[in-house]
Ligand binder design. Sequence first.
Ligand code: SAH
Length: 214
Amino acid sequence: MSLDARMGALILELRRGGVTDARVLGAIETTPREVFLPDPFKARAYENVALPIGHHQTVSQPGVVGLMTQELDVTDRHKVLEIGTGSGYQAVILAKLCRRLYTVERHPELLAISEKRFAEMKLTNITAIAADGAGGWPEQAPFERILVAAAAADVPPVLFNQLAVGGIMILPIGLDEEDQRLTKVVRTEDGAETHDLGPTRFVPLVDGLAETGE
Ligand code: SAH
């Protein structure tokens, strides 16, 4: 099957899985996933599965990236924070839809590779740092949207406080990988509304900057 045909089949599968937003599908369709994968996994780029990216981390399933992005309801007026840059795949899709993306990764080596990809793809609205995302990015807060790509025990108050009123945060909640829920939190004038988006499976948020070789 040609690359175009494989991408077409993936987009069809995502549509069937409930990703119907044309802007989100457009961002996925124009983002070649093989670019974000190590050589041994490039051939599987258009399968709707999570794949290893090194350092015991994975790039999420395209279906999950699609659903999270759709639920985040991003527009070109939004400043967005992502915690867990990983391969940069989700970051690129967000950057195509938002005004400016701030993304934080605790593995400096993963971040360096992702930043190279952002430059090669000429995406100039991404600012990335190697840091512990638990602290968010206070200098740039508030954010209209926050996406957390690693699981927490509960909604981290530090990140919630960096969300604008009316803003949306999507994150996996639950430290047991077998029992996590994708969760949508909307910040209201006087608190939060929480919506359950179903079962999911993410690596956990880990404290601190990664050591070399970790
Ligand atoms: N969005 C990524 C997939 C992320 S996998 C992609 O599209 O490829 C989760 C990522 O979160 C990993 O790269 C991991 O190193 C990172 N991570 C885990 N805990 C973190 C923390 N406290 N701060 C920042 N990044 C973290």
